[in-house]
Design a protein around this ligand. Structure first.
Ligand code: FMN
Length: 181
């Protein structure tokens, strides 16, 4: 049995039967917090996600995500500066943009966090939404464009409430009527 510490998130998904991988690009914690809430939402369908800080993993392991049955990758990712990723997502964004990751068979959705007063509004969310498709993954829900200048929390609420039923439909998940909401 491999030790938990050395276990890749891919092995964890396989061993624990978790098909949803949520990754975040976050500087001040908003995207991280939203990722946790998305993970909790899955309990409505008796499902569990693996939530990962891309800084803590070997991004090349993403190339193995298609080994996980019915894998769903959710990116909750903020934009900074001149349309740059957050510090913790630099390696992830570089790796995905590098084009060597094969995500065929993987499904995905992206929620971007940004602010309309910046010139490069949600640049990284937009970029990743396009790039994941280029890498062979299938978009199962539209890109969310959270705007911190207006009401980011509301943007997120609207997105997640529509996202979840769509995911359930895609995978044929049954609602767990005993789950706390
Ligand atoms: N949002 C954009 O859409 N484009 C930007 O270029 C951008 N640059 C930012 C620069 C700074 C210094 C700050 C504080 C925010 C910027 N934002 C930009 C908005 C953030 O992406 C937004 O507030 C987001 O919710 C932060 O998420 P986090 O708490 O997970 O880091």
């Amino acid at each position: 049995v491999p030790s938990k510490l050395n276990q890749s998130f891919i092995d964890r998904m396989k061993n624990e039967g978790r098909q949803v991988l949520i990754m975040y690009g976050s500087q001040t914690g908003t995207a991280e917090e939203m990722s946790g809430r998305l993970a909790k939402d899955l309990s409505r369908y008796s499902k569990k996600a693996v939530v990962v800080d891309p800084e803590d993993i070997d991004c090349e392991d993403l190339n193995r995500l298609s080994e996980v049955e019915d894998a769903l990758l959710v990116l909750c990712i903020a934009t900074y500066g001149e349309g740059d990723p957050t510090d913790n997502a630099v390696t992830l964004v570089e790796y995905l943009n590098g084009g060597d990751c094969d995500l065929s068979g993987v499904r995905f959705a992206v929620f971007g966090l940004g602010n309309k007063t910046y010139e490069h509004f949600n640049e990284i969310g937009k970029q990743m939404d396009k790039q994941l498709e280029k890498l062979g993954a299938k978009r199962i829900f539209q890109l969310g464009l959270g705007d911190d200048d207006a009401n980011l929390e509301e943007d997120f609420m609207i997105w997640r409430e529509a996202f979840l039923p769509k995911v359930a439909e895609e995978f044929g998940w049954e609602l767990n009527t005993e789950a706390e909401t």
